[in-house]
Design a binder for this molecule. Sequence first.
Ligand SMILES: O=C(O)C1=C[C@@H](OP(=O)(O)O)[C@@H](O)[C@H](O)C1
Ligand SMILES: C=C(OP(=O)(O)O)C(=O)O
Length: 425
Amino acid sequence: MTTTTDLDPWPAPRATGPVEATVTLPGSKSLTNRALVLAALAEGPSVVRRALRSRDTTLMARALTALGSHVDTTAEDWTVTPGAFDRAADVDCGLAGTVMRFVPPAAGLSTATVAFDGDPHMRTRPIGEVLTALRGLGVQVEDDGRGSLPFTVHGTGSVPGGRVVIDASASSQFVSALLLAGARYDRGVDIVHEGKPVPSLPHIDMTVAVLREHGVEVDDSDADRWTVAPGPVAPVDHVIEPDLSNAAPFLALAAVSGGTVTVRDWPARTTQAGDALRDILTQLGCSVSLGDEGLTVAGPERLSGIDVDLHDHGELTPAIAALCALAGSPSHLRGVAHIRGHETDRLAALATELDALGADVVEHPDGLSFTPAALHGGVFHTYADHRMAHAGVIVGAAVDGVEVENVATTSKTFPDFAGFWSGLF
Ligand SMILES: O=C(O)C1=C[C@@H](OP(=O)(O)O)[C@@H](O)[C@H](O)C1
Ligand SMILES: C=C(OP(=O)(O)O)C(=O)O
Protein backbone atom coordinates (compact mmCIF):
# COMPACT_ATOMS: atom_id res chain seq x y z
CA MET A 1 0.00 0.00 0.00
CA THR A 2 1.31 3.48 -0.83
CA THR A 3 0.67 6.28 1.62
CA THR A 4 1.53 9.91 1.26
CA THR A 5 2.14 12.36 4.07
CA ASP A 6 2.24 16.13 4.18
CA LEU A 7 6.03 15.91 4.28
CA ASP A 8 6.31 14.05 0.96
CA PRO A 9 7.76 16.15 -1.86
CA TRP A 10 4.98 17.87 -3.79
CA PRO A 11 5.47 18.26 -7.56
CA ALA A 12 5.29 22.03 -7.98
CA PRO A 13 3.07 23.07 -10.91
CA ARG A 14 5.09 24.22 -13.95
CA ALA A 15 3.86 27.22 -15.94
CA THR A 16 3.84 26.17 -19.56
CA GLY A 17 2.85 29.65 -20.76
CA PRO A 18 2.10 33.10 -19.36
CA VAL A 19 -0.13 32.82 -16.28
CA GLU A 20 -3.07 35.24 -16.30
CA ALA A 21 -4.91 35.48 -12.98
CA THR A 22 -6.72 37.76 -10.56
CA VAL A 23 -6.60 36.64 -6.94
CA THR A 24 -8.17 37.59 -3.62
CA LEU A 25 -5.68 36.77 -0.88
CA PRO A 26 -6.29 35.97 2.80
CA GLY A 27 -5.76 38.64 5.47
CA SER A 28 -2.49 39.87 6.90
CA LYS A 29 -0.96 37.78 9.68
CA SER A 30 0.73 40.81 11.20
CA LEU A 31 -2.43 42.94 11.23
CA THR A 32 -4.66 40.09 12.46
CA ASN A 33 -2.41 39.25 15.41
CA ARG A 34 -1.97 42.89 16.45
CA ALA A 35 -5.74 43.42 16.23
CA LEU A 36 -6.37 40.33 18.39
CA VAL A 37 -3.91 41.36 21.13
CA LEU A 38 -5.23 44.91 21.36
CA ALA A 39 -8.84 43.71 21.26
CA ALA A 40 -8.09 41.44 24.23
CA LEU A 41 -6.61 44.40 26.15
CA ALA A 42 -9.47 46.76 25.26
CA GLU A 43 -12.33 48.09 27.38
CA GLY A 44 -15.09 46.41 25.38
CA PRO A 45 -15.74 43.95 22.53
CA SER A 46 -13.97 44.39 19.16
CA VAL A 47 -14.54 42.85 15.74
CA VAL A 48 -11.76 41.63 13.45
CA ARG A 49 -13.22 41.42 9.95
CA ARG A 50 -11.49 39.38 7.23
CA ALA A 51 -9.19 37.94 9.91
CA LEU A 52 -6.56 35.57 8.59
CA ARG A 53 -7.50 32.02 9.59
CA SER A 54 -4.16 30.21 9.71
CA ARG A 55 -1.89 28.46 12.20
CA ASP A 56 -0.28 31.68 13.55
CA THR A 57 -3.58 33.49 14.07
CA THR A 58 -5.35 30.45 15.53
CA LEU A 59 -2.49 30.08 18.01
CA MET A 60 -2.91 33.76 18.93
CA ALA A 61 -6.68 33.36 19.41
CA ARG A 62 -6.08 30.30 21.61
CA ALA A 63 -3.39 32.07 23.67
CA LEU A 64 -5.66 35.04 24.41
CA THR A 65 -8.54 32.69 25.22
CA ALA A 66 -6.27 30.75 27.59
CA LEU A 67 -5.43 34.02 29.38
CA GLY A 68 -9.14 34.81 29.92
CA SER A 69 -10.51 36.61 26.84
CA HIS A 70 -13.33 35.26 24.72
CA VAL A 71 -12.27 35.02 21.08
CA ASP A 72 -15.01 33.75 18.77
CA THR A 73 -13.50 32.51 15.51
CA THR A 74 -16.51 30.53 14.29
CA ALA A 75 -17.77 33.14 11.81
CA GLU A 76 -15.76 34.80 9.04
CA ASP A 77 -15.52 37.96 11.14
CA TRP A 78 -13.94 37.23 14.52
CA THR A 79 -15.17 38.87 17.72
CA VAL A 80 -13.08 39.44 20.82
CA THR A 81 -14.71 40.05 24.18
CA PRO A 82 -12.07 40.97 26.75
CA GLY A 83 -12.15 39.03 30.02
CA ALA A 84 -10.10 39.21 33.21
CA PHE A 85 -6.69 37.60 32.79
CA ASP A 86 -7.07 35.45 35.89
CA ARG A 87 -6.39 31.85 34.96
CA ALA A 88 -3.27 29.72 34.87
CA ALA A 89 -2.50 28.98 31.24
CA ASP A 90 -0.17 27.08 28.92
CA VAL A 91 0.51 29.00 25.71
CA ASP A 92 1.64 27.12 22.60
CA CYS A 93 3.60 29.57 20.44
CA GLY A 94 4.00 27.06 17.59
CA LEU A 95 6.49 28.75 15.26
CA ALA A 96 4.77 32.15 15.49
CA GLY A 97 7.12 34.98 16.42
CA THR A 98 4.10 37.20 17.05
CA VAL A 99 2.69 34.81 19.66
CA MET A 100 6.00 34.20 21.46
CA ARG A 101 6.81 37.94 21.59
CA PHE A 102 3.42 39.71 21.82
CA VAL A 103 1.66 37.52 24.42
CA PRO A 104 4.17 37.57 27.37
CA PRO A 105 3.87 41.37 27.93
CA ALA A 106 0.07 40.91 28.07
CA ALA A 107 0.47 37.89 30.37
CA GLY A 108 2.30 40.18 32.82
CA LEU A 109 -1.11 41.75 33.49
CA SER A 110 -2.61 38.40 34.52
CA THR A 111 -3.15 37.48 38.16
CA ALA A 112 -2.04 33.93 37.32
CA THR A 113 0.94 32.00 36.02
CA VAL A 114 1.32 31.64 32.25
CA ALA A 115 3.75 29.09 30.77
CA PHE A 116 5.07 29.41 27.21
CA ASP A 117 6.54 26.80 24.85
CA GLY A 118 6.43 26.04 21.14
CA ASP A 119 7.77 24.00 18.22
CA PRO A 120 11.31 22.61 18.58
CA HIS A 121 12.73 25.34 16.30
CA MET A 122 10.90 28.03 18.28
CA ARG A 123 13.18 27.22 21.22
CA THR A 124 16.06 28.63 19.16
CA ARG A 125 14.39 31.89 18.03
CA PRO A 126 15.47 34.99 20.01
CA ILE A 127 13.33 36.27 22.91
CA GLY A 128 15.88 36.92 25.72
CA GLU A 129 15.86 40.73 25.22
CA VAL A 130 12.08 40.81 25.72
CA LEU A 131 12.30 38.73 28.90
CA THR A 132 15.02 41.02 30.30
CA ALA A 133 12.99 44.10 29.36
CA LEU A 134 9.88 42.68 31.02
CA ARG A 135 11.84 42.10 34.23
CA GLY A 136 13.00 45.72 34.02
CA LEU A 137 9.37 46.83 33.72
CA GLY A 138 8.43 44.86 36.84
CA VAL A 139 7.20 41.53 35.46
CA GLN A 140 8.30 38.32 37.15
CA VAL A 141 9.67 35.95 34.49
CA GLU A 142 11.23 32.55 35.08
CA ASP A 143 13.41 30.80 32.48
CA ASP A 144 16.37 28.45 32.46
CA GLY A 145 18.84 31.30 31.89
CA ARG A 146 19.24 30.72 28.14
CA GLY A 147 16.79 33.51 27.25
CA SER A 148 14.56 31.30 25.09
CA LEU A 149 11.48 29.11 25.25
CA PRO A 150 10.28 27.54 27.49
CA PHE A 151 9.67 30.27 30.09
CA THR A 152 6.96 31.27 32.57
CA VAL A 153 5.40 34.64 33.39
CA HIS A 154 4.17 34.93 36.98
CA GLY A 155 1.52 37.63 36.69
CA THR A 156 0.60 39.79 39.69
CA GLY A 157 -2.34 41.63 38.13
CA SER A 158 -0.47 44.83 37.30
CA VAL A 159 2.85 45.95 35.81
CA PRO A 160 4.68 49.11 36.99
CA GLY A 161 6.14 49.83 33.49
CA GLY A 162 8.40 52.82 32.78
CA ARG A 163 11.65 53.21 30.88
CA VAL A 164 13.61 50.29 29.45
CA VAL A 165 16.66 50.03 27.18
CA ILE A 166 16.60 47.14 24.72
CA ASP A 167 18.72 45.85 21.84
CA ALA A 168 16.11 45.13 19.15
CA SER A 169 18.60 44.48 16.34
CA ALA A 170 17.55 40.82 16.20
CA SER A 171 13.84 41.55 15.68
CA SER A 172 11.46 44.50 15.44
CA GLN A 173 8.95 42.30 17.27
CA PHE A 174 10.82 42.99 20.55
CA VAL A 175 9.70 46.63 20.35
CA SER A 176 6.20 45.88 19.05
CA ALA A 177 5.65 43.40 21.90
CA LEU A 178 6.34 45.98 24.64
CA LEU A 179 4.37 48.71 22.85
CA LEU A 180 1.23 46.60 22.44
CA ALA A 181 0.69 46.03 26.19
CA GLY A 182 2.30 49.31 27.30
CA ALA A 183 -0.85 51.42 27.74
CA ARG A 184 -2.10 48.95 30.36
CA TYR A 185 1.06 49.30 32.48
CA ASP A 186 0.85 51.72 35.44
CA ARG A 187 3.37 54.17 33.98
CA GLY A 188 3.07 53.14 30.33
CA VAL A 189 6.35 52.32 28.59
CA ASP A 190 9.34 54.32 27.34
CA ILE A 191 11.43 52.05 25.13
CA VAL A 192 14.91 53.01 23.93
CA HIS A 193 16.77 50.87 21.40
CA GLU A 194 20.56 50.66 21.68
CA GLY A 195 22.48 48.50 19.22
CA LYS A 196 22.75 47.87 15.49
CA PRO A 197 19.80 49.21 13.44
CA VAL A 198 16.37 47.70 14.16
CA PRO A 199 15.17 45.59 11.20
CA SER A 200 11.65 45.56 9.74
CA LEU A 201 10.80 49.13 10.83
CA PRO A 202 7.52 49.15 8.85
CA HIS A 203 6.29 46.53 11.31
CA ILE A 204 6.87 48.93 14.22
CA ASP A 205 5.05 51.64 12.25
CA MET A 206 2.21 49.14 11.88
CA THR A 207 2.15 48.56 15.64
CA VAL A 208 2.04 52.31 16.29
CA ALA A 209 -0.76 52.77 13.72
CA VAL A 210 -2.90 49.98 15.21
CA LEU A 211 -2.32 51.33 18.75
CA ARG A 212 -3.49 54.78 17.62
CA GLU A 213 -6.61 53.22 16.07
CA HIS A 214 -7.32 51.88 19.56
CA GLY A 215 -6.99 55.40 20.99
CA VAL A 216 -3.60 54.79 22.60
CA GLU A 217 -1.19 57.75 22.80
CA VAL A 218 2.16 56.85 21.23
CA ASP A 219 5.18 59.11 20.65
CA ASP A 220 7.55 57.82 17.96
CA SER A 221 8.98 61.20 16.98
CA ASP A 222 12.57 60.36 18.03
CA ALA A 223 14.61 57.70 16.25
CA ASP A 224 15.02 54.50 18.26
CA ARG A 225 12.64 55.61 21.00
CA TRP A 226 8.95 54.87 21.48
CA THR A 227 6.73 55.91 24.38
CA VAL A 228 3.21 54.77 25.16
CA ALA A 229 1.16 56.75 27.68
CA PRO A 230 -0.80 54.78 30.27
CA GLY A 231 -4.52 54.74 29.56
CA PRO A 232 -7.49 52.76 28.32
CA VAL A 233 -7.45 50.78 25.08
CA ALA A 234 -10.61 51.51 23.08
CA PRO A 235 -12.45 48.70 21.23
CA VAL A 236 -12.20 48.82 17.43
CA ASP A 237 -14.03 47.39 14.42
CA HIS A 238 -11.05 46.25 12.31
CA VAL A 239 -11.04 45.34 8.62
CA ILE A 240 -7.86 43.37 7.91
CA GLU A 241 -5.98 44.12 4.66
CA PRO A 242 -4.84 41.24 2.43
CA ASP A 243 -1.39 39.89 3.38
CA LEU A 244 0.97 41.73 1.05
CA SER A 245 4.00 39.62 1.99
CA ASN A 246 2.05 36.51 1.05
CA ALA A 247 1.30 38.21 -2.27
CA ALA A 248 4.97 37.70 -3.17
CA PRO A 249 4.68 34.20 -4.72
CA PHE A 250 1.57 35.19 -6.70
CA LEU A 251 3.14 38.30 -8.17
CA ALA A 252 6.33 36.30 -8.74
CA LEU A 253 4.29 33.88 -10.83
CA ALA A 254 3.59 36.69 -13.29
CA ALA A 255 7.28 37.63 -13.14
CA VAL A 256 8.60 34.16 -14.02
CA SER A 257 5.95 33.18 -16.57
CA GLY A 258 5.76 36.47 -18.47
CA GLY A 259 2.09 36.58 -17.46
CA THR A 260 -0.11 39.06 -15.63
CA VAL A 261 -1.35 38.66 -12.07
CA THR A 262 -3.61 41.06 -10.18
CA VAL A 263 -3.95 41.00 -6.39
CA ARG A 264 -7.32 42.50 -5.45
CA ASP A 265 -7.82 45.01 -2.61
CA TRP A 266 -4.18 46.18 -2.55
CA PRO A 267 -4.35 49.17 -0.17
CA ALA A 268 -3.41 52.60 -1.53
CA ARG A 269 -1.68 53.34 1.80
CA THR A 270 -0.41 50.71 4.18
CA THR A 271 2.19 49.98 6.84
CA GLN A 272 2.69 46.43 5.52
CA ALA A 273 6.29 45.63 4.55
CA GLY A 274 5.03 43.72 1.52
CA ASP A 275 4.16 46.99 -0.20
CA ALA A 276 7.88 47.17 -1.08
CA LEU A 277 7.17 44.46 -3.68
CA ARG A 278 5.95 47.20 -6.01
CA ASP A 279 9.41 48.75 -6.16
CA ILE A 280 11.40 45.50 -6.06
CA LEU A 281 9.42 43.86 -8.87
CA THR A 282 9.82 47.00 -10.97
CA GLN A 283 13.59 46.78 -10.48
CA LEU A 284 13.46 43.12 -11.56
CA GLY A 285 11.98 44.29 -14.86
CA CYS A 286 8.26 43.75 -14.25
CA SER A 287 5.64 46.32 -15.11
CA VAL A 288 3.69 47.20 -11.97
CA SER A 289 0.50 49.24 -11.69
CA LEU A 290 -1.85 50.02 -8.83
CA GLY A 291 -5.43 50.65 -9.92
CA ASP A 292 -9.06 50.16 -8.92
CA GLU A 293 -8.86 46.42 -9.54
CA GLY A 294 -5.80 45.99 -7.31
CA LEU A 295 -2.07 45.63 -7.90
CA THR A 296 -1.22 44.26 -11.32
CA VAL A 297 2.20 42.84 -12.21
CA ALA A 298 3.18 41.83 -15.74
CA GLY A 299 6.35 39.80 -16.17
CA PRO A 300 9.12 40.64 -18.64
CA GLU A 301 10.64 38.26 -21.17
CA ARG A 302 13.66 37.84 -18.89
CA LEU A 303 14.09 39.11 -15.32
CA SER A 304 16.93 41.55 -14.59
CA GLY A 305 19.16 41.04 -11.57
CA ILE A 306 18.91 43.53 -8.69
CA ASP A 307 21.04 44.95 -5.89
CA VAL A 308 18.74 45.71 -2.95
CA ASP A 309 18.87 46.19 0.81
CA LEU A 310 16.00 44.17 2.32
CA HIS A 311 16.63 45.23 5.96
CA ASP A 312 13.17 46.83 6.24
CA HIS A 313 11.29 43.96 4.61
CA GLY A 314 13.36 40.85 5.31
CA GLU A 315 10.38 38.51 5.19
CA LEU A 316 10.30 39.06 1.40
CA THR A 317 13.80 37.59 0.99
CA PRO A 318 12.88 33.96 0.14
CA ALA A 319 10.55 34.92 -2.74
CA ILE A 320 12.94 37.60 -4.03
CA ALA A 321 15.88 35.18 -3.81
CA ALA A 322 13.97 32.68 -5.97
CA LEU A 323 13.46 35.41 -8.59
CA CYS A 324 17.12 36.42 -8.45
CA ALA A 325 18.15 32.80 -9.04
CA LEU A 326 16.08 32.91 -12.25
CA ALA A 327 17.25 36.34 -13.44
CA GLY A 328 19.40 36.92 -16.50
CA SER A 329 21.98 39.13 -14.73
CA PRO A 330 23.69 39.11 -11.30
CA SER A 331 21.94 40.09 -8.06
CA HIS A 332 22.91 41.00 -4.52
CA LEU A 333 20.44 40.90 -1.60
CA ARG A 334 21.79 42.70 1.50
CA GLY A 335 20.95 43.83 5.02
CA VAL A 336 19.16 40.70 6.24
CA ALA A 337 21.46 39.03 8.78
CA HIS A 338 18.48 38.99 11.16
CA ILE A 339 16.51 36.53 9.01
CA ARG A 340 18.89 33.82 10.25
CA GLY A 341 16.63 34.02 13.35
CA HIS A 342 13.35 33.61 11.44
CA GLU A 343 11.45 30.30 11.01
CA THR A 344 14.80 28.81 9.99
CA ASP A 345 18.20 30.32 9.14
CA ARG A 346 16.78 31.59 5.86
CA LEU A 347 20.11 32.66 4.33
CA ALA A 348 21.66 29.23 4.89
CA ALA A 349 18.49 27.42 3.79
CA LEU A 350 18.07 29.47 0.60
CA ALA A 351 21.74 29.09 -0.33
CA THR A 352 21.62 25.31 0.22
CA GLU A 353 18.34 24.67 -1.59
CA LEU A 354 18.86 26.99 -4.56
CA ASP A 355 22.42 25.65 -4.99
CA ALA A 356 21.01 22.12 -5.07
CA LEU A 357 18.81 23.15 -8.02
CA GLY A 358 21.81 24.49 -9.93
CA ALA A 359 21.81 28.17 -8.89
CA ASP A 360 25.15 29.97 -8.61
CA VAL A 361 24.55 31.48 -5.17
CA VAL A 362 26.95 32.79 -2.53
CA GLU A 363 25.91 33.14 1.12
CA HIS A 364 27.15 36.28 2.88
CA PRO A 365 26.84 37.11 6.60
CA ASP A 366 23.97 39.49 5.79
CA GLY A 367 22.65 38.34 2.42
CA LEU A 368 22.98 36.37 -0.78
CA SER A 369 24.43 37.02 -4.21
CA PHE A 370 23.58 35.31 -7.48
CA THR A 371 25.26 34.84 -10.86
CA PRO A 372 23.01 33.59 -13.68
CA ALA A 373 23.01 29.79 -14.10
CA ALA A 374 20.70 27.18 -15.63
CA LEU A 375 18.48 25.62 -12.96
CA HIS A 376 17.26 22.03 -12.93
CA GLY A 377 14.70 19.92 -11.07
CA GLY A 378 15.09 18.29 -7.67
CA VAL A 379 13.65 18.28 -4.16
CA PHE A 380 13.44 21.70 -2.47
CA HIS A 381 13.52 21.33 1.34
CA THR A 382 11.52 23.83 3.38
CA TYR A 383 12.76 23.48 7.00
CA ALA A 384 9.18 23.97 8.30
CA ASP A 385 9.33 27.51 6.87
CA HIS A 386 6.29 28.75 4.94
CA ARG A 387 8.35 31.26 2.98
CA MET A 388 10.89 28.59 1.93
CA ALA A 389 7.91 26.77 0.41
CA HIS A 390 7.01 29.98 -1.44
CA ALA A 391 10.57 30.14 -2.84
CA GLY A 392 10.31 26.49 -3.94
CA VAL A 393 7.03 26.88 -5.82
CA ILE A 394 8.29 30.01 -7.60
CA VAL A 395 11.30 28.12 -8.95
CA GLY A 396 9.04 25.16 -9.72
CA ALA A 397 6.80 27.35 -11.87
CA ALA A 398 9.80 28.14 -14.08
CA VAL A 399 11.85 24.92 -14.00
CA ASP A 400 10.81 21.31 -14.80
CA GLY A 401 10.81 18.70 -12.06
CA VAL A 402 10.94 20.76 -8.84
CA GLU A 403 9.34 19.03 -5.86
CA VAL A 404 8.64 20.97 -2.66
CA GLU A 405 8.99 19.03 0.58
CA ASN A 406 6.37 19.75 3.28
CA VAL A 407 4.41 22.30 1.25
CA ALA A 408 1.81 22.09 4.05
CA THR A 409 4.10 24.26 6.18
CA THR A 410 2.49 27.18 4.32
CA SER A 411 -0.50 26.78 6.69
CA LYS A 412 1.43 29.04 9.10
CA THR A 413 0.01 32.03 7.26
CA PHE A 414 -2.10 30.74 4.35
CA PRO A 415 -4.95 28.20 4.42
CA ASP A 416 -4.64 25.57 1.63
CA PHE A 417 -1.83 27.36 -0.17
CA ALA A 418 -1.05 24.34 -2.39
CA GLY A 419 -4.67 24.06 -3.56
CA PHE A 420 -4.91 27.78 -4.26
CA TRP A 421 -1.56 27.79 -6.12
CA SER A 422 -2.45 24.74 -8.26
CA GLY A 423 -5.71 26.45 -9.28
CA LEU A 424 -3.73 29.16 -11.09
CA PHE A 425 -2.13 26.84 -13.68
O1 LIG B 1 5.68 42.16 13.76
C1 LIG B 1 5.44 41.41 12.81
O2 LIG B 1 4.28 41.07 12.53
C2 LIG B 1 6.56 40.91 12.00
C3 LIG B 1 7.78 41.52 12.08
C4 LIG B 1 8.96 41.06 11.30
O3 LIG B 1 9.80 40.36 12.18
P1 LIG B 1 11.39 40.68 12.35
O4 LIG B 1 11.52 42.06 12.82
O5 LIG B 1 11.81 39.64 13.34
O6 LIG B 1 11.98 40.49 10.99
C5 LIG B 1 8.54 40.18 10.14
O7 LIG B 1 9.66 39.60 9.54
C6 LIG B 1 7.58 39.10 10.61
O8 LIG B 1 7.21 38.27 9.56
C7 LIG B 1 6.31 39.75 11.14
C1 LIG C 1 9.40 35.99 10.15
C2 LIG C 1 8.15 35.56 9.96
O1 LIG C 1 7.27 35.18 10.93
P1 LIG C 1 7.15 35.38 12.49
O2 LIG C 1 5.93 36.20 12.72
O3 LIG C 1 7.02 33.99 13.04
O4 LIG C 1 8.41 36.07 12.98
C3 LIG C 1 7.58 35.48 8.60
O5 LIG C 1 6.35 35.26 8.50
O6 LIG C 1 8.31 35.61 7.62
